[in-house]
Design a binder for this molecule. Sequence first.
Ligand code: PIT
Length: 354
Amino acid sequence: MCFCKSTFNQSNSSLVIITKQLIICQTSEVSYAKQVPMNAYYAVKPDEVLGGGRFGQVHKCAELSSGLTLAAKIIKVRGMKERDEVKNEIGVMNQLNHANLIQLYDAFESRTNLTLIMEYVEGGELFERIIDENYQLTELDAIVFTRQICEGVQYLHQQYILHLDLKPENILCVNSTGNQIKIIDFGLARKYRPREKLKVNFGTPEFLAPEVVNYDFVSFPTDMWSVGVITYMLLSGLSPFMGDNDTETMNNILHANWDFDAEAFENVSEEAKDFISSLLVPAKCRMSASGCMKHSWLNNLEDKAKMYKVRLKSQMRLQRYLAAHRQWKKHFYAVAAANRLKRFQQSRSVSTPN
Ligand code: PIT
């Protein structure tokens, strides 16, 4: 099977397909990355870290032949299971070509690592951008961002792909001046299979749909719940299900224990509240991505440009939320690293005879 290798016009970030060549072969289940040394083609900048997570780190890099700036996600893989998981991510990303989804450019495989070379965007995380004092966040901006998230998710769902990890840190801005966004991280994404369950046992439960918390079937509505939570946060700066601890948060999710905080939603339109109310409901009656695109809140933007000029108060609350979240993330990855070290030491003590 042939896939397109794409390049990007960096000045306006538009995607230009220039050559068609075999870069990644995909059977129905697995994808194969190039088994040649990556550094023959790309120079990874070790000091320029763009992001990180459960997998490792994303670095800025450059294609040697063209000088094009790209992002390299380097994943250490131990064992076939982990390798297949990353190959699943490659397979999923290879099917995607949409302005609101980060694009895969190339992929490499070695004995220890898998590397995904992706499109580079320079704007950073959406929530980091909108807490900047110089950014005047209005409801119209929230509409523009939410519309693009829904467009990306609608495209994914049309390809029968579930993202399953939509959260604010997985929404990036293309640059620091415009309002274009892209969804990243397809590490948990998969082809929809009816009656498949998903066990999620890492990260924060704040964005999990009730069917995930309940270890029930996941499907297209699972992503739409996360869209509801992100929209709620954009407009209010509050995380709708956040409890004092994870158990409390998960209980709030399971019991639909949320409301529109009167003060935080003071200047927010009824249409916006109706949009969120159509998403934070049980899966069978949750609005789809296509339903979102038709919802009145995401339409008639010319009229809304005249009405929604008030600066949202969510900005200040989001500042506090992100400060707390950064602390949490630091702690989470420190504990995860300590656990990995412990497992490594234990495996050595088992396999090394005294
Ligand atoms: C960029 C710029 C940037 C971060 C990224 C890409 C990261 C993307 C990414 C993609 C994934 C993932 C984690 C991070 O699992 O600041 O162009 O698929």
